[in-house]
Structures are given as C-alpha cells and as structure tokens.
Design a protein around this ligand. Structure first.
Ligand code: ZN
Length: 105
C-alpha cells in the first residue's frame, strides 16, 4: 500500500485523469481510495430531516489505487515515490526525484 490518508495524489487513468486531490479515506481490502472532489457520482436523495429538500447530491466514489500516483510534497511531481527501508529496517517512502522522505504512517 503506497497511498495513505492525507496524501496528495494524481489520477492517471479514467474520467478524472490529470486531476489531483487529497486522499480522504483508503479502503485497504479493496485497494481503493476516496479522493476529495474526484470521481464524483450523483446521488438522488429523498427529503429527510437532514436535507429538507432532497434532490441530487454529489459524492466521491472510490478510485482504484493503481489509477493514483502520490504527489511528492517536496517537488510536487507524481511518479517518483518509492519505498525504501531506513537504517533500522522501517519502511519509508522516498522521492527519487528530489530525495524527500514522506511518512508512511
Ligand atoms: Zn520529490
């Protein structure tokens, strides 16, 4: 799993290709992630106590993580993130483009 909540990611495939956004949630079992403002689906809602009028709301649908690339916070480029182990054997994420280390969480 290369992607975690809070990462900024670039979409490389599908209708939202080329767009980027922040990961709100990761579904590890399904290898999918919710990205803020992307892959929106429209849902029709009935009037309820929370939404008195009902109507259509837009909601993010999960995107398969193979369609996402983490954007490096150091250089702002996607596709350079790799996993490495530090001196103590902990997995880290590192950008091969600018050598920035990103927390794995
Ligand atoms: Zn970088």
């Amino acid at each position: 799993m290369h992607i975690k909540k809070g990462d900024k990611v670039l979409v490389i495939s599908g209708a939202d290709r080329g767009k980027n956004g922040k990961v709100l949630k990761v579904f590890h079992a399904k290898n999918r992630a919710i990205v803020e403002g992307l892959n929106l689906i429209k849902r029709h809602t009935r009037p309820s106590s929370r939404n008195q009028q009902g109507g259509i709301i837009e909601k993010e649908a999960p995107i398969h993580i193979t369609n996402l690339r983490v954007i490096c916070p150091g250089c702002g480029k996607a596709g350079g993130i790799r996993r490495i182990r530090d001196d103590e054997g902990r997995l880290m994420r590192n950008c091969k483009l600018c050598n920035e280390t990103i927390s794995t969480g």
